[in-house]
Design a protein around this ligand. Structure first.
Ligand SMILES: Nc1ncnc2c1ncn2[C@@H]1O[C@H](COP(=O)(O)OP(=O)(O)OP(=O)(O)O)[C@@H](O)[C@H]1O
Length: 774
């Protein structure tokens, strides 16, 4: 380090000390406040009832009492809110104290007398007088300079227009425990040392925030505010998920008065992914958005009577299936049911249902049919045809509820009710007694107590026994939805455009599965879509922004469906068509490639630079796919990927040795990636007595550091220090190219592949120099 550099370092450390000192002062002030608020809360809770006037003597007093309770409750919740805010603020200050900032820019704004020093951290922090920013939030308008420019002319956008000027210095810091551990001036040093440092580290079981090193092209995505629909096509490891999460943090800051974390939803590829990304936002001082897999969402919309298949079981079938006629039919079915043609067919079907063809279920009580399916059918079709199906269903519901109430009244005098009264619990009698006392409170009428009590008990029995039936009607369970969906495949659609040649077989197979109460994954979305057309759409208006990660796994049909579900939502879709493993296996359309999404409100970004893997791994993986030559690796050196030939009998032993070697080298997450779940299980069984290993299955929600065995399709979106591919000879079909690419791109530092048979033909285009063959 030169003298100048060392003097700069000292000066910067002095500033860090000064800022930390200010933070300490603020912390002690807030802690005092928090203590006061917390004792207020305790006190209010303790004396809650002393401070309200409770008087129920007459209606006016009762109203006054209610108002008094409400006032006291509001006071309590205001104090609790303040306490939560203070707590949140204190946590952010603790993070700032540990690492106050990661960047500095000196910006000379046009027309000003001198340059401003702007220090960037995860949150803003002002001096004691609240006059100057000691730290700027990385999301503040001026902070975008740091991400968008090198020293030289620069500008940034504010609500009042562009601010232009000259950036004189751009400095990056690594500060840990209030101490500067690293400091680089960009423009002086060559290459991005900070990024080298970050990317060279070991993989963690949880993703990290990237605010200190966001790249310019990622920043465009993070800060985009114009588009209603933002599409990001980014190569494996280009930071799509990272950009998505920092974008959530950005939006929460930018629209902090109107947008809360519960208004944002992320559709993620698998349950484990949720825990993988769970710490990024809290690290940035924000709460996590809502998160679900698309299948979780569908499951919550599907009736419990069905076993709905998920995308992973479908994938297992595709990977394991014998390529016979049944397989061809299934693949053709998956492809067609992913398309907008099928959506159109359903729309056509629904409009025919408006006139005839809806199916209903009998509503029975104690073994007797109260309302037959035909009766309900006739009532439905007697209603005005100009009303939508869903509006008419509402009317049917109201009619049934009214009729049911009539039935309840009729049943009151039946002998079964009296019999059931005998079986009531003691608590029920007590409740009836209490109710009766309440009723008699303002009268002296007690001579018909017994009769009244019997009446109340009968009501209780009837309410209890009829409740399931009322609930069925309220939830529209009188509609035979599966019958209706099934019936779709029994109609003559030959005149309709776009039907696949295998349509006849597809219909037979679909009906067979539905009769067994199974919903194949490819039918789940169309089924719920049709259900919505019949019952009325349950769109979600609270969600204002949707993020779809791994968007290439969504079909055009699913995408159209999501758009209908969240009509007031902006959307950010992130994906990579080279990792479209589901559609890759079937040749189906994917939303990323096949949907013609254009228009003023749609913006597309392409990311070609990849950060995850070493240059050597990227040189190998980019040879696996068409157009891979455009992928730009970040220049981080490592070993070449290796393919080692072996036999089925030796492979487990070799894997074991390799794992030990990687552990000794300091790698912390090592994944043995197998093709299928069954293969993963076998490998896990073979290894578990030798080393501690985890088996990842589709329901796994989190994983630990160490060695894990995982099926190919569950490794999506996640990364590991070292990837050992169980048997790369098994990836041989053209339809598995994308899967092969996806698993290899999970590796950050090491990629080692075993081959127990022929070297995969999918390696044809990979240069022999890009890997070592043993
Ligand atoms: N600007 C950045 N600074 C530091 N690390 C980065 C940056 N961008 C990406 N990374 C790192 O690169 C890795 C890959 O990022 P991420 O998982 O977001 O990529 P992705 O495009 O979603 O990948 P995939 O499609 O393969 O799942 C992560 O370790 C992430 O932290």
């Amino acid at each position: 380090m030169s003298d100048v550099q060392s003097r700069d370092w000292q000066l910067e450390q002095q500033r860090v000390n000064l800022v930390v000192n200010e933070i300490d002062k603020k912390v002690s002030k807030l802690t005092q406040n928090a203590g006061k608020v917390s004792s207020d809360v305790l006190e209010i809770r303790k004396t809650f009832w002393e401070d309200v006037t409770v008087n129920m003597d007459d209606p006016d007093d009762a109203i006054e009492t209610a108002a008094s309770i409400k006032q006291q409750a509001e006071f309590l919740s205001e104090r609790e809110r303040t306490h939560k805010q203070l707590d949140h603020h204190l946590k952010t200050l603790a993070r700032l104290k540990y690492s106050p900032y990661f960047g500095r820019i000196d910006f000379w704004e046009e027309g000003e007398k001198s340059a401003d020093q702007v220090y960037l951290g995860i949150a803003s922090f002002m001096d004691e007088q609240d006059e100057n920013f000691l730290i700027y939030d990385w999301r503040a308008p001026i902070s975008s300079l740091y991400y968008d420019y090198s020293p030289g002319p620069a500008k940034y956008k504010t609500l009042d227009g562009n601010i232009e000027g000259e950036m004189e210095l751009k400095r990056q810091f690594i500060i840990r425990g209030s101490e500067i551990k690293g400091m680089f001036d960009t423009g002086v040093t060559i290459g991005d040392e900070m990024l080298q440092e970050v990317l060279g580290n070991n993989a963690s079981t949880q993703m990290k925030s990237i605010v200190a090193t966001i790249q310019r092209e990622q920043n465009q995505i993070i800060r985009n505010e114009r588009s209603k629909l933002l599409i990001v096509q980014g190569v494996a490891g280009s930071g799509k998920t990272s950009a998505a999460l920092q974008r959530v943090a950005y939006l929460l800051y930018r629209y902090r008065d109107t947008l809360k974390s519960e208004n944002i939803m992320l559709f993620s590829p698998n349950p484990m992914f949720n825990s993988y990304v769970a710490t990024v936002l809290p690290e940035l001082g924000e709460e996590n958005m809502q998160q679900a897999t698309f299948m979780e969402y569908l499951n919550h919309r599907l009736d419990r009577d069905f076993v709905a298949q998920d995308s992973f079981s479908q994938m297992e079938y595709l990977l394991n299936g014998k390529e016979d006629e049944l397989y061809t039919t299934r693949v053709a079915g998956i492809r067609y049911k992913a398309s907008l043609d099928f959506k159109k067919l359903i729309d056509q079907y629904a409009s025919s249902l408006s006139k005839h063809g809806l199916l209903f279920k009998d509503l029975s009580f104690r073994g007797d049919v109260l309302f037959s399916k035909n009766e309900i059918h006739d009532y439905f079709y007697s209603l005005d045809e100009s009303f939508s199906i869903s509006n008419r269903m509402e009317l049917v519901k109201e009619w049934l509820l009214k009729e049911l109430k009539r039935v309840v009244r009729r049943e009151r005098s039946q002998s079964w009710v009296e019999e059931e009264i005998q079986f009531l619990e003691k608590e029920d009698y007590l409740e009836a007694f209490k109710k009766m006392q309440e009723k008699n409170r303002f009268s002296d009428n007690t001579f018909d107590d017994f009769e009244q009590e019997q009446k109340l008990l009968a009501q209780m029995v009837l309410k209890e026994k009829f409740r399931p039936l009322f609930n069925r009607v309220k939830r529209l369970k009188f509609i035979d939805k599966s019958g209706i969906y099934s019936h779709l495949f029994e109609q003559d659609w030959r005149s309709v455009e776009g039907l696949p040649p295998e349509w006849g077989n597809i219909c037979n197979e679909t009906v067979k599965r539905l009769n067994k109460l199974e919903i194949p994954y490819e039918d789940a979305t169309p089924y719920v879509y049709l259900q919505d057309l019949i019952e009325g759409r349950k769109s979600n208006t609270a969600i204002r922004h949707i993020f779809i990660d791994e968007a290439q796994d969504y079909s055009p049909f699913q995408f159209a469906f999501i758009q209908l579900l969240f009509p007031y939502s902006k959307m950010t879709m992130l994906g990579d068509f080279n990792q479209a493993i589901f559609s890759g296996a079937t040749g189906s359309a994917t939303v990323l490639t096949d949907l013609d999404l254009r228009g003023e409100e749609v913006e597309t970004f392409v990311l070609t630079k990849t950060y995850r893997s070493t240059r050597e791994i990227v040189e190998f993986t980019s040879g696996l796919i068409d157009g891979g030559g455009k992928i730009e690796p970040f220049n981080r050196k490592g070993r070449k990927p290796v393919i080692e030939r072996t036999t089925r009998t030796r492979i487990n032993h070799l894997i074991l040795e390799k794992m030990k070697e990687y552990l000794n080298e300091g790698h912390r997450t090592i994944a043995v990636i197998c093709r299928t779940a069954a293969e993963s299980k076998l490998v896990f069984e073979a290894l578990k007595s030798e080393v501690p290993v985890y088996l990842i299955e589709k329901g796994t929600v989190s994983y630990e550091k160490g060695i894990l065995v995982i099926p190919s399709y569950l490794a999506k979106g996640i990364e590991f220090d070292a990837v050992i591919l169980y048997d790369c000879s098994e990836y041989k079909r053209e339809s598995e190219r994308k899967l092969f690419y996806t698993v290899c791109t999970r590796a950050m530092h090491e990629l080692y592949m075993y081959a127990t048979g022929e070297i995969s033909p999918l390696l044809n285009l990979v240069s022999m120099d890009a890997y070592e063959l043993k």
